[in-house]
Design a protein around this ligand. Structure first.
Ligand code: AMP
Length: 297
């Protein structure tokens, strides 16, 4: 059966704007026995996103990427408006890593009017800590759109980055609670050579802020050594001071248990310790994290 009729083709990469057309193609591919790996993104792609696609290609047959700037996860209208959009470059980058299909839906395609799209999960306070405390409603919007996209794509594997550790943890919990057959894969954070985590927001940094921003990762990783000598509260205080002294405005710096995201009491109170931070670099909000201890791996 012919199936490419609906899609715009970009050389060998298919670009779908409608759910029905994407699902028609996916059903066809599944019936031919192909496995599907899926990476949801908000576009303005960089190497961090491309690594998700490469991993999907290395572990399965077809890689599908969605590009959708989800309005329901922005609690600040200005942040949504300022979010970078680079559609032409995104297509070129995705083709360069042999992405098979891109889903580029409009808002009404993802959220057809008259239907409720909020995922029924118990966030167990994972959504109110750290990022959740500063971005109310963000994770409810994020989880709901990921769930909706999974409903559409139904992949075997879902690829998401460690860069957004709290997001990953919440999606992991959601898949577990809702009995999803999709397997969630964590992809390591891709960094610039000076350690700054790649982010679509980095393009908005001033040259001065771009120069100081690598202190974020240095501070996160230094916490592992400091934790050997100092109590948690002192490590956190030193980290906040270091970020402030560099000219950043940290919102939080937390040493948490990687499963519950609750702050640890001391270095031995968890087998999985993650340092997480968010800091303003001028008017750009950056987040990053480092796994300091993982005895679960
Ligand atoms: P975003 O477009 O920012 O919503 O990100 C889409 C996906 O790419 C999420 O799973 C992110 O965690 C992941 N991602 C973003 N930046 C990086 C990075 N520097 N390294 C690895 N994964 C990343």
């Amino acid at each position: 059966m012919a199936f490419i009729i609906f899609a715009e083709t970009n050389e060998s990469m298919l670009v779908f704007k409608s759910v029905d057309e994407l699902q028609f193609w996916l059903d066809q591919k599944r019936s031919e026995g192909h496995s599907i790996g899926f990476a949801p993104t908000m576009g303005a792609l960089h190497q961090g996103h491309l690594e998700l696609v490469k991993k999907a290609k290395s572990e399965g047959d077809l890689a599908v990427v969605s590009i959708f700037v989800n309005p329901t996860q922005f609690n600040d209208a200005k942040d949504l408006e300022k979010y970078p959009r680079t559609p032409g470059m995104d297509m070129e980058l995705l083709m360069s890593v042999d992405c098979d299909a891109v889903f580029l839906p409009g808002v009404e395609e993802v959220y057809p009017p008259g239907k409720e799209y909020s995922v029924a999960m118990d966030f167990k306070s994972l959504d109110s800590l750290m990022e959740g405390a500063f971005r109310p409603g963000h994770f409810a919007g994020m989880a709901s759109v990921v769930w909706r996209l999974l409903e559409i794509v139904q992949p075997q594997n879902l690829y998401m980055g460690q860069k957004d550790f709290q997001q990953w943890t919440i999606v992991h919990e959601m898949l577990h609670q809702l009995g999803s057959p999709t397997h969630l894969v964590m992809c390591p954070t891709v960094r610039e050579t000076d350690g700054l985590a790649m982010s679509s927001r980095n393009t908005r940094l001033t040259p001065e802020m771009r120069e100081v921003a690598p202190i974020i990762y240095q501070t996160l990783t230094a916490a592992a050594g400091l934790l050997q000598t100092y109590p948690v509260a002192e490590v956190v205080a030193m980290a906040l001071e270091q970020l402030e002294n560099a000219g950043l405005k940290p919102e939080y710096f937390c040493l948490v248990d990687g499963f519950t995201l609750r702050e640890i009491e001391n270095r031995d109170s968890s087998t999985f310790v993650v340092a997480c931070t968010a800091a303003w670099a001028g008017d750009v909000r950056l987040i990053d994290n480092a796994i300091l201890k993982n005895q679960e791996a």
